[in-house]
Every structure is written in C-alpha cells, then in structure tokens.
Write a protein that binds this ligand. Structure first.
Ligand code: NAP
Length: 319
C-alpha cells in the first residue's frame, strides 16, 4: 500500500508510520520541516496551506490520513485558538484541492477529527448520531470554540470536491500509547506522583482508545469501502475521570490519588501551559458505526488497556 500522512510527525503519526513502514508499505509523511524520520519512511515538505510539489505524492496512493493541526495541548488564548482552527481548516482545504487535482487520486481519505465535537454529557453516550456540542447551557462559553473548530474541520472534508475518493471523518477520543509525551504518559506521571485523584468531583467521562485499536480501526475502514462519513474512534466502555484514574493508579501500584477541585485543575492547567477543558469536559463517546460494521476491539476495556500500556511503558523505561 502507498499511504500519505500529512502531519505524520506527531504522536498519532509516529504510531501509524512505524506500523505501516514495518509491514512494508510505502509511507510518505508531509511535514513543514525537513525532518529525519525512520529510514524506511519518505518525507516531503508542505506548508499545510498552499499547493506545491508535495501534491504529486498523492498520485496513486491507496490512502491519505491527514493528521495535521496545531496541538490542542496548550493554553486557549485567542492566538492559540486561532492557530488551532486555521491549521486544521487550511490543511484540510488544501489537501482537498490536491486530491481533486490528482490524475490518480487516493482511493480513501481518512481525516482526523475529534470526539470533542459532541456535547458535554454524563448521560447517554454519543454514537455518531449523538448531539453535537456548542449549545450546552452548563459549560463555559469558550468550550464552544473547540466544537466550532471540529465542525469547520469536518466541513472542509465534506465540501472537498473529490468524487473518486472515499472520505471518512475520524472522531477520535484520546489516543493511548506508551510513548513519552503522549496523553497516557501525562496521566501516568500524575498517577505515579499520587496526584491522579478525582478532578472537580471526577464525574466527567473520559473517552479514550488504545493505539493498537487506532491502527486496527484504520485498517478496518480501509477494508470496508461501504463506510464513509463520521466514524467514532473510541473504545466502547468509557469511564468517569475518577474511575479512569483509579484504575490507572491501581495498575501502577499507587492506590492513593489526591483529589483536585475545579479551581485547582484550572490553576494546574495554567501552570502546565495547557487548558482545563481537556480535564473537565465530559466526553462520553462510543463507537456506534465500527461496532455495527463488525469491528472487534483488541482493548475494549480500560483495566485491560491500562495493564497493557503500563507493561509496555515499563519495558520502554527498562530498555
Ligand atoms: N492524540 C490524540 O489523543 C488525539 C485525539 C483526538 C484527535 N486528535 C487529532 O489528531 C491529529 C494528530 O494528533 P497528534 O496527537 O499526532 O498531534 P500532534 O502530535 O500535535 O501532531 C500533529 C502534527 O500537525 C502538524 N502541524 C502542527 N501545526 C501545524 C500547522 N500550523 N500547519 C500544518 N501542520 C501543522 C505538525 O507537523 P509538522 O510540524 O511536522 O508540520 C504535527 O506533528 C491532530 O489534529 C489532533 O487534534 C488527536
């Protein structure tokens, strides 16, 4: 297979490009920086905004998986929010133009989106027909902007005039991998320091997916041409934040976790130069379409996923 990964230099990109390269696929990463990647991964430069020679890499590709976008792990200042929006909308738009102009366009375009598109809820979980966020009366107004980013991101995908290319919007939950710097690493550090207790009561849900299941779900989507449109990438059994961290602490052998109030979460987020929305929004998302189509998760439950990730993390640290 030939697979093109715009934005494939980040956390999810590392997972995908290593997997694809290891099985002998022709992997091309589009990045803004000439970067040293694995020897069997090719690299082309783009700016995420304008057409260029990079567009030729799409010719004859089996799939393009667009991962580009400024990290959301930052403080939600006006400038950062604007960059979060523009990097996603612009890169998706220009990719659409390149796919539309290709003489042998990719068969499938898997476009990253986010489970944050759904409304904050502690009630029934959202499958792909779930309520889109932005109008919840009980959440801070600025959370609406994250939903708006997700909606515009998906709009660019929908509007791209690419009749020969199947398009899927991946509404991804937090991707859990054992790598350093990822979300699992951050949560594990908190758990190991005894800080990973309930935050603001801990009743908010945490949706997540094991990295292995991201790879497997993308393979499944490539093998099922009847699937297009939004697809939730989330494990089927999200837990509350309190329970998620309790399981993680237990798995690391640290039963005690200090609770944090809402203001402490905000102060902590400020100190870590990130935003409290990532901790406080209740994301209760389930993989309706994947399950309906017969996809089987390798790690459907958090205790099992956490045990696997902690074992691999220990292996990495020992290595
Ligand atoms: N990781 C998760 O848990 C998760 C969950 C849900 C959704 N997502 C979404 O999935 C995508 C990939 O996630 P990730 O964790 O791999 O992200 P990441 O580590 O932040 O990597 C994203 C890549 O996007 C590129 N990028 C950053 N700013 C850009 C800009 N202004 N224009 C064009 N490209 C830009 C960067 O590549 P270069 O610097 O090489 O150009 C970067 O390596 C993101 O869009 C993210 O929002 C991730």
């Amino acid at each position: 297979m030939k697979i093109v990964l715009p934005g494939g230099t980040g956390q999810v990109g590392a997972l995908l490009r290593r997997t694809y390269a290891a099985r002998g696929d022709d992997v091309v990463v589009l990045s803004r920086r000439p970067e040293q990647l694995e020897p069997d991964v090719r690299h082309a430069v783009w700016d995420g905004r304008t057409l260029g020679a990079w567009a030729g890499e799409l010719e004859g590709a089996d799939a393009v998986v667009n991962l580009a976008g400024r990290t959301v792990n930052c403080r939600y200042t006006d400038a950062n929010l604007r960059q979060m929006m523009d990097s996603r909308v612009d890169s998706t738009r220009v990719l659409g133009r390149a796919v539309a102009a290709a003489s042998r366009p990719p068969a499938t375009w898997l476009q990253m989106s986010t489970a944050t598109i759904y409304a904050d809820t502690r009630g029934a979980a959202h499958d792909e027909d779930g309520e889109i966020g932005g109008d919840e009366p009980h959440v801070p107004l600025y959370w609406e902007y994250s939903v708006r980013i997700a909606r515009r991101w998906e709009q660019e995908l929908e509007q791209a005039p690419t009749p020969a290319t199947r398009k899927v919007a991946l509404r991804a939950a937090m991707v859990m991998t054992p790598d350093r710097g990822g979300v699992f690493d951050v949560l594990s550090t908190m758990a190991r320091l005894g800080l990973g207790g309930p935050v603001a009561g801990g009743g908010q849900y945490v949706s997540w997916i094991h990295g292995d299941d991201v790879v497997r779900a993308l393979d499944f989507l490539l093998e099922h041409p009847e699937l297009s449109g939004p697809v939730n990438l989330a494990a089927p059994h999200p837990l509350t934040q309190a329970e998620t961290m309790r399981v993680l602490r237990r798995t690391w052998g640290r039963p005690v976790g200090l609770p944090a109030s809402r203001w402490m979460a905000r102060a902590g987020a400020l100190a870590l130069r990130t935003d409290a929305e990532l901790l406080l929004k209740s994301r209760r998302v389930v993989p309706g379409r994947l399950l309906e189509a017969g996809f089987a998760f390798a790690h459907p439950t958090w205790p099992d996923a956490a045990a696997d990730l902690v074992a691999r993390r220990r292996g990495l640290s020992a290595g």
